[in-house]
Design a protein around this ligand. Sequence first.
Ligand SMILES: C[S@@+](CC[C@H](N)C(=O)[O-])C[C@H]1O[C@@H](n2cnc3c(N)ncnc32)[C@H](O)[C@@H]1O
Length: 172
Amino acid sequence: MIAEVGVALGGFSEAILTTCRPSRFLAIDRFDLHELPELWGAPITDHFGNLTHAEFYRKRFSTEIEQGLVHLLKGDSAAVISTLPDASVDLFYVDADHTYEGVWRDLEAILPKVKPDGWIVMNDYIPAETGLSNEPYGVIQATNEFMVKHGWEMIYFALAYVMYCDVGLRRL
Ligand SMILES: C[S@@+](CC[C@H](N)C(=O)[O-])C[C@H]1O[C@@H](n2cnc3c(N)ncnc32)[C@H](O)[C@@H]1O
């Protein structure tokens, strides 16, 4: 079972589904991006047409949803994660609120829900939204503090375009 925390348009959901072939995939998001005037420099209707964020995602993955593979979980990420059964998820991919507080809340919620031999993969392990808004991120600080506090280690550091890197964590 894989959970992606922050799915946006589903670009990386598709990569996970194709590459990892999970038996169950949880798509966790507020699904409210359609309320923004624009996204990533383009008017919101260029992305969604007249659909809401959730309608767009459901349409994109309609086959997988019918198969019982993809499940949409709508709401604040930490609150949604806290409703999952303990030790039930093999891999969390974390890419929602990138502030220190947001990442910390997600990680603390994830801790009891990830299986003992499970993985957490953090997206955007970088100091700021480089080249876009340049807003500072708290991903590095929250991830490092989480590893030290709870005894996790970083096993993978995946280089990405302009260093928007993913890192893979597991328990020591
Ligand atoms: C960077 S995008 C995710 C991109 C996606 N993982 C991909 O690579 O294709 C961040 C997403 O997180 C969602 N998000 C941000 N903060 C959230 C929160 N506190 N709870 C739930 N979703 C949140 C946003 O709605 C947005 O869809």
